[in-house]
Design a binder for this molecule. Structure first.
Ligand SMILES: [Fe+2]
Length: 286
């Protein structure tokens, strides 16, 4: 049995990949082992710190269930999710920028008619959303799909409310012949990422706040075009400069216009103030 020291150990571990028949796996694992060993050497990790890390990762796994994904939260708050997103979605200039999917996507939202109110009783300031789905040249894309979701006006997602089995603030809209979409929901507000688990402990230890600026999520798609998962952020929202998951893009910030009670889009008359949000999405060809 050959003996290894703290310097030649890394190459010995990497050599154990020699028989792997998956070249990409080999590349990824080689780099992972190299960086992991370098990290341990660089900080001169103590045994107590190593055990703390093992306990932390164990707790992250144990916090996960069918609705809670603490590993995604860890990835989000360490900036890994947005880095993976940036590398995988280098969009041509003019195309809508992507950002993180986030942990609150609930597959299977119903397709509803244009103009529908998707709040489904959720509390919040009313907001009317509209715009167009366009090619990079500005031609309308008919029959495209906007799959939309957000928290309510209190910063809480439906799936975070115990016993809430019905979807709130979620819906799919198909663009019309001119590429237009329009619907009603609420103006999103800032919210904290979940802090009752090990990632919350980590954020506190780092001296960070857990908040995300107000935003509405959407997956924008159309046959023949690249699908983009993105957000629209509320201009001047708190925490826009310090999003806990680093997901803000300047091109996705929208000035939500405030209106006094009265006539609103779609022919309704509002007895409370309301907002309008206009945004055109441009998609790159697939
Ligand atoms: Fe969100």
């Amino acid at each position: 049995m050959r003996q290894f020291n703290e310097h030649d150990l890394t190459d010995a571990v990497i050599q154990q990949l020699a028989e792997s028949d998956d070249p990409r796996f080999k590349t990824v694992m080689t780099s992972l082992i190299r960086h992991l060993h370098d990290f341990v050497r660089e900080v001169e990790l103590s045994e107590a710190e190593w055990m703390t890390a093992i306990r932390f990762l164990t707790a992250v796994g144990q916090k996960c269930d069918d609705k809670r994904q603490e590993f995604i939260l860890l990835s989000d708050t360490l900036g890994v999710s947005i880095l993976v997103d940036a590398i995988n979605h280098r969009q041509p200039t003019g195309a809508v920028e992507s950002t993180v999917l986030g942990p609150f996507y609930w597959e299977g939202a119903p397709e509803v008619p244009l103009g529908a109110d998707i709040t489904n009783g959720a509390r919040g300031e009313p907001a009317f959303y509209s715009g167009r789905l366009l090619t990079l040249d500005g031609a309308p894309i008919a029959g495209g799909m906007l799959d939309v979701w957000s928290g309510d006006g209190e910063g809480t997602y439906d799936m975070q409310r115990p016993g809430q089995d019905e979807m709130l603030c979620r819906g799919k809209f198909r663009t019309d012949a001119e590429g237009r979409y329009w619907f009603r929901s609420i103006r999103p507000v800032y919210y904290p990422v979940p802090t009752d688990g090990p990632v919350g402990d980590m954020l506190r230890k780092m001296g960070r706040h857990p908040n995300r600026p107000g935003h509405i999520h959407m997956i924008v798609s159309a046959p023949g075009y690249q699908t983009v998962a993105t957000h629209l952020f509320v201009k001047d929202a708190p925490y826009l400069e310090s999003d806990a998951v680093f997901a803000v893009k300047d091109s996705l910030i929208v000035d939500f216009q405030r209106h006094e009670p009265g006539p609103a889009p779609g022919g309704s008359v509002m007895d409370v103030p309301f907002y309008t949000c206009e945004y055109d999405f441009r998609l790159a060809p697939a």
